[in-house]
Design a protein around this ligand. Sequence first.
Ligand code: BGC
Ligand code: BGC
Length: 644
Amino acid sequence: MRLRLCLALLLALATGAAAQPAGDSAVHPELWPQLAPVPPRDPAIEQRIDALLARMTLEEQVGQTIQADIATVSPEDLLRYPLGSILNGGDSAPGRARLAAPADWLKLADAYYEANRRRAGTSVPLLWGIDAVHGQNKIVGATLFPHNIGLGAARNPELIRRIGAATALEVRVTGQDWAFAPTLAVVRNDRWGRSYEGYSEDPDIVAAYAGAMVEGLQGAPGTPDFLGPARVLATAKHFIGDGGTLDGIDQGDNRASEAELIRLHLPGYIAALNAGVQTVMASYSSWQGRKMHGNAALLTGVLKQRLGFEGLLIGDWDGHAQVPGCGPADCPAAMLAGIDIYMAPEQWRALYDTLLAQVRSGAIPQARLDDAVRRILRVKLRAGLFEAPRPSQRPYAGRYGLLGSPEHRALARQAARESLVLLKNDGALLPLAADSRVLVTGAGADDISRQSGGWTLGWQGNLGTNADFPHAQSIFAGLSEALAAGGGVARFSPDGRFTDRPDVAVVVFGEAPYAEMKGDLPDLSYSARHSEDLALLRRLAEQGIPVVAVFLSGRPLWTTPEINTSRAFVAAWLPGSEGGAVADLLVRAPDGAVRHDFRGRLSFSWPRRPDQPVNRGDAAEPLFPYGYGLSYAEGREMGLLPGE
Ligand code: BGC
Ligand code: BGC
């Protein structure tokens, strides 16, 4: 082991990484908690690994360490290249059809499986990983759970466990084995375009949820259900410190001290590891100027040795290419640092040749390759893949009724309901009487793609019309249903104009979908970028119509002018397929009873100013602190907020 770390160091020196500051990037594994591996090793599995390793050719071993994207690897390619896994990136789909039918996904899974088996040599089953980050969100008709930021507000780990289990089943339907979730980012600056992928700005909620989500996806370790047929592999990502980059820049530099890294960014991983998470994904980001994909001290010294992680460590999408001296097809430094699988979506062929040469030349010691392959085989054996039939023959495969099933949708609706946070409710405007005449307007009111955010059907979201979401309901449709049941009416008006004067207006507006770096912001001002929404709110308010604002967003944003223009203001985050959850909270039962009270409490501080990254415990005062959220039971008048 010492030899390996030395090699990595030499390599870093040779590639110029040492030109970066070294002093404060020193890692002291003894400061990190020591964890026992979960589950413990099974001698029978380790023996099978030994036997397999002894049989496998160098080519077969190297192939295990490469993951290609389905957009560039065909089933036929597997007849020749002994790759260990595939993924579909956010925009990759069978036949390049973004709205491919669920059956096409399963058919493709079978095609890869068959080709992989037909290749001569040692038969090692393939893994297929997918970004099932808020449900099986790439698949038409799947249940779309609220994005993690909303789940954080729900403060309900048991709910998270059930969401994990439902997601696992829906992933199984279309034939994948592995969810690239949960994201355990602790988001310290909401300018980050991935803020919504995180549960909270604070490690408490992330730690409380990480184990629940991992167990929901994988099953509980030590039970027969662990990695059983109803479960999939989970991924704790992105190790470590992805949510703490300077200025919230995606893939940027985290400058936290080692102690802060441990205090803020580690707790979620401890919980995930104790729950038996079998895969971890390295972060694109740097720590103290050094790319995580090349950081042997953190990936090997801390994660694998100190934290006892015995599963497989995967790189992010060409993440290795960002290590100094590396490119997409050439990066021994990443494997030397501890990466077991290169996510090499496009240049996997060239990488395969390079890696073969590097092991032959000794640039990558055989022992490191053995260790990587051992980990990959361990995960595959634990997951029962060697015994599993072709994907379509496995339990749950092809049971398309599970995608967006009534049970899963009810769970998603509960989750959405629990995630909404009531920021303001002056004059107890909410909940609305069921016989109200309601004007519904705003860009998010009748748009399921928009209420679902990024990582929905495609990488950036923003895809499909409401008809492309067969098991979903828009917020307007939900309001309409609830009001119709009570003798009221919801009228949708895209521009907010009306002929019959409404009793109240519900304006649904907010951020359009984005993912990763495309969502990075220079500051937190919503108002400055979306004057059209404020104008709409003002137009209604000036006509004396009470306004309920429902704000869709991937993070808290500076919205003081919008809050001041509205009588009630709801932070709805990205609720997903169940727009009806909004009506559950906003509209009374026909008999006047409150159907559901608000339970959501902020898991992110709400900014007082556009230039304010502010977190729980900071000296600076947010507009609404972490934990804030009104309820009908405990209302409160807000009046005009200062600072517009
Ligand atoms: C993201 C990961 C994701 C991977 C595969 C990367 O760009 O950072 O979170 O799992 O792509 O789509
Ligand atoms: C892929 C994503 C990936 C991203 C990385 C996109 O083309 O669809 O999955 O995370 O590239 O930049």
